[in-house]
Design a protein around this ligand. Structure first.
Ligand SMILES: Nc1ncnc2c1ncn2[C@@H]1O[C@H](COP(=O)(O)OP(=O)(O)OP(=O)(O)O)[C@@H](O)[C@H]1O
Length: 267
């Protein structure tokens, strides 16, 4: 099984005229997503940011096939998304590891779900090594840190060689040092595997640090208000003038430019 996806130009994922409305507990309609159109480029790192309730997770769940739109459609390489598929790996905020399974067995579930475990079990040590967890194969989730658990969740998704890796705030519950560590790991994996990555985050700096493009969403109804290109070379310097200018530009869109503290990474 190849672990690389060729970097080729073009669109891997197309989201066309997508609407998703929920009915809340009081029988009110909540327009979680309204008229969403988005083309994701093959091999890009795309982040989705926006305030709470703007539909970020709803959009990611639709891409994952965990939910369906009322109208519109989503296609991956021309194929309509109709349900979950390991081609679209999903990493949850809290990792979602099985507490009763060791690190290696958690990662093996990715292969077992596709019934290709026996043929590919040698890949497990490769992915454990890739996410920097060699030596922790036999550890249980309660014996490793939150950051390590997220790396297990990322390895579990990557072992299926997904076309797209969907990351739903995977660093949201981590301290800033561990978060920075996972960010480096994601960039390294992105460079190595060329997997298209879509990250939902609340962290503006994280989005700028990692992304080729940033999708900015606004709530009620959940809409895409803008898509920004981040034309900065890697490795990015969070304290550079260009980085801070992009940060300011984004915060101004949320009318927060003077309300938030300076970046936490400038010390
Ligand atoms: N199952 C559901 N039933 C009813 N309303 C829902 C459901 N799921 C989401 N919503 C509503 O849809 C809107 C969008 O939710 P969503 O979780 O996608 O936003 P989000 O941008 O990911 O928010 P957060 O940043 O807080 O995670 C919110 O108003 C939310 O309350």
């Amino acid at each position: 099984m190849s672990t690389n996806h060729p970097v080729s130009e073009g669109i891997i994922l197309k989201i066309e005229n997508v609407n998703r409305t929920y009915i809340d507990e009081d029988d009110n309609q909540v327009e979680a997503l309204q008229d969403i159109n988005l083309s994701v480029r093959r091999g890009e790192f795309l982040s989705i940011i926006g305030s709470s309730g703007c539909g970020k997770t709803t959009l990611l769940r639709l891409i994952a096939g965990l939910d369906k739109p009322e109208t519109g459609k989503l296609t991956l390489d021309g194929e309509e998304i109709v349900g979950p598929d390991p081609q679209r790996g999903y990493v949850f905020q809290q990792g979602g590891l099985f507490n009763w399974l060791t690190v290696e067995k958690n990662i093996a579930t990715g292969l077992k779900a596709r019934r290709v475990y026996k043929k590919n079990k040698d890949l497990i040590s490769h992915y454990i090594n890739l996410v920097g967890l060699t030596g922790f194969e036999k550890a249980y989730p309660h014996q490793i840190s939150g950051g390590m658990a997220q790396r297990v969740a990322i390895a579990r998704a990557l072992i299926n060689n997904p076309k797209v890796l969907l990351l739903d705030e995977p660093m949201g519950a981590l301290d800033s040092f561990t978060r920075a560590d996972i960010q480096e790991k994601l960039l390294e994996l992105h460079k190595k595997n060329k997997t298209t990555m879509i990250l939902v985050t609340h962290d503006v700096d994280e989005a700028i640090y990692l992304s080729d493009r940033i999708v900015i969403m606004t709530p009620r109804p959940g809409k895409i208000s803008e898509i920004m290109e981040v034309n900065l070379p890697h490795p990015r310097d969070r304290g550079s003038t260009q980085f801070l200018a992009i940060r300011k530009e984004i915060l101004e869109k949320f009318h927060l430019a003077s309300a938030l503290p300076q970046p936490e990474y400038t010390i």
